[in-house]
Design a protein around this ligand. Structure first.
Ligand SMILES: [Zn+2]
Length: 290
């Protein structure tokens, strides 16, 4: 097994200063050379979130790093030379990234991505693509830049393992999707107490719990809002179990697409209220019955 397939054995921060360009013929004081001398190359485990073209052949890449939080960078000539980044710019690729912060520039310079886990390593169908797009959109929209959050990074890596693992011929992504939406809501501080009624504080009962599209919280049968949706007994119990166990603990269970659908709707509504807009990928998942 090649070295980079071992998942993050060590955490290394590599700082090194780059030499100035040797082709510059001007004497001391060239601003470009000074900048390039002050450029610091950083490396971190990272997940590619989104790319979009800029100039002729460059790509802007939004990626989530474990050590520096979400970062936007420019991948020079990425469209011209596919060889340079290989398939590593595919959204939700887990990679080790090398990038340089540039003085007076908002975008870092993305130098290299070494794939650790590619979403393309297992068969891709519509459902899995929609789930991967949902991960990418939520992370790209909800996380501030340069604010490392180790728990979020670990969550993403673990659900990607579950989404791209080939354990059987049919690996459905609904468990990973449910786990991710629940935990993202929790890590962003948007998840209410799932055991007690938001209105009266009494313990909730399986099968008699509801939520409302317009407000936060879970409600008992007495405080059910007029246009509330019910949270099924299975989903309510699932939420409590998922908050206590890793994603891998649920992989062996049966996950038809309808399972946890109401729990996903509850958490996605909380995320959308926080972001103050609809998530496009959530709409696409809705069409797939997810
Ligand atoms: Zn109540």
């Amino acid at each position: 097994m090649p070295d980079h397939f071992r998942l993050f054995p060590v955490k290394i921060n590599d700082f090194r200063l780059l030499e100035g360009s040797s082709s510059c013929r001007s004497e001391a004081g060239c601003r470009q050379c000074e900048d390039s001398r002050r450029m610091i190359v950083l490396t971190s485990e990272a997940v590619v979130l989104r790319t979009w073209p800029v100039h002729e052949a460059d790509l802007i890449v939004s990626f989530l790093t474990r050590d520096y939080g979400k970062v936007k960078g420019i991948a020079k000539s990425a469209l011209r030379s596919r060889k340079r980044f290989g398939g590593a710019l595919e959204p939700m690729t887990v990679a080790r990234a090398w990038f340089a912060e540039r003085p007076r520039q908002e975008l870092v310079r993305l130098d290299q991505l070494e794939i650790v886990r590619s979403p393309l390593s297992s068969p891709v169908d519509h459902a899995r693509m929609a789930v991967l797009s949902f991960f990418a959109e939520v992370l790209d929209e909800a996380l501030p830049e340069h604010d490392p959050q180790d728990a979020v990074f670990r969550l993403v890596v673990s659900v990607l393992e579950q989404t791209t693992a080939v354990q059987s011929d049919i690996v459905q992504p609904w468990m990973a999707l449910t786990y991710f939406s629940l935990w993202m809501t929790r890590l962003m501080g948007l998840l209410p107490d799932v055991v007690h009624c938001t209105a009266c504080g009494e313990a909730l009962t399986a099968g008699e719990t509801s939520f409302d599209a317009l407000g936060d919280g879970l409600f008992c049968s007495l405080h059910r809002q007029g246009n509330a949706s019910g949270l099924s007994a299975d989903s309510w119990q699932l939420a409590q179990r998922m908050l206590r166990a890793p994603a891998s603990a649920f992989a062996a269970e049966a996950w038809p697409r309808r399972r946890g659908q109401d729990l996903r709707r509850f958490t996605v509504q909380a995320l959308e209220r926080h972001l103050e807009r609809k998530l496009r990928s959530a709409e696409a998942l809705g069409w797939l019955g997810g």
